[in-house]
Write a protein that binds this ligand. Structure first.
Ligand code: PAF
Length: 288
């Protein structure tokens, strides 16, 4: 049975009591509309020794731009609680907006170098919103293991850096993307897609696979790998924000336009008003 709390002190108190009993705490941060990808984070926390797992649900207004989907973002608390019960989540923290984003808020957190490329170019302010709310939840949550999905690769890297710099008592773990049968990365935003868009959405995974095939055949030129990944997306999506092969740690361009070792291939593209992102690490992961 997952307990639902809305008050920050109840959340802090429950986690402190779990630690006092000797449990390691797992903290899974989400915006709700839970799917198998989120549940994989719960399992990862358990696998990392968490005897007590808390999951937060908060659709964070700070990380949405003025023309983005904050208003229509799915809010499915009843279903989310049922999934949490099934996954044996111990506590669900679903605070009201004012708890995490008080009116006239003035204090924000930035991780500028990791926030700037890729998503940062298309979603100004997004990572400031993410870093600020993650900071607040880490501060309330205390020492814990915090798994993050690698589907949001740049977010995972940014949070890893945030923890390294400000929360040494939080262990951030990146968890492999969970995919549908046809390869589409699970995302709360997939539910926006109609049947035709859903079919066209496969373009991204086809692009990732094409780049993996080229990489396996020895291609190391960034421009060629990007071209391979781009082609199936171009034919199916309405607009491409980026298809980029970059350094998997810094997310910066690769020296000399060549992959030496591993590289992140990241894609963001739009189908109508829905924006999808996905990625893979060439030279590290199997093709998706
Ligand atoms: O990945 C998400 O759902 C959000 O960006 C997060 C980490 C919960 C911060 O609002």
């Amino acid at each position: 049975m997952s307990v639902l709390v809305r008050e920050p002190f109840a959340f802090v108190d429950a986690l402190e009591r779990a630690r006092a009993r000797g449990d390691r705490v797992g903290l899974v941060l989400t915006m709700g509309a839970l799917h198998e990808g989120h549940i994989a984070l719960v399992h990862e926390a358990r696998a990392r020794g968490a005897g007590y797992v808390a999951l937060s649900i908060f659709v964070n207004p700070l990380q949405f731009g003025p023309t983005e989907d904050f208003a229509r973002y799915p809010r499915t608390l009843g279903e989310d609680l049922a999934r949490c019960r099934e996954a044996r989540v111990d506590l669900v923290f679903a605070p009201e907006r004012e708890v995490l984003v008080p009116d006239g808020m003035q204090a924000f957190v930035e991780v500028p170098a990791i926030a700037a490329p890729l998503e940062g170019r298309f979603r100004p302010g997004h990572f400031r919103g993410v870093a600020t709310i993650v900071t607040k939840l880490f501060a309330l949550g205390g020492p814990c293991v915090a798994p993050f999905g690698r589907k949001d690769y740049q977010q995972w890297r940014l949070v890893e850096r945030l923890a390294r710099d400000l929360f040494p008592h939080v262990e951030v773990v990146g968890v492999r993307t969970v995919r549908e049968d046809d390869g589409l990365a699970m995302s709360s935003r997939n539910r926006y897609l109609d049947a035709t868009q859903r079919e066209r959405a496969r373009g991204i995974v086809l692009g990732l696979r094409a780049a993996h095939a080229a990489f396996a055949a020895g291609e190391r030129r960034v421009e060629r790998l990007e071209r391979c990944a781009r082609e199936p997306v171009e034919g199916r999506f309405d607009a491409i924000d980026y298809v980029a092969v970059v350094d998997p740690e810094s997310l910066q361009p690769l020296e000399g336009g060549l992959v030496r070792g591993r590289a992140l291939l990241a894609v963001a593209a739009r189908l109508g008003t829905t924006r999808l992102i996905d990625n893979t690490v060439l030279g590290e992961e199997p093709p998706p």
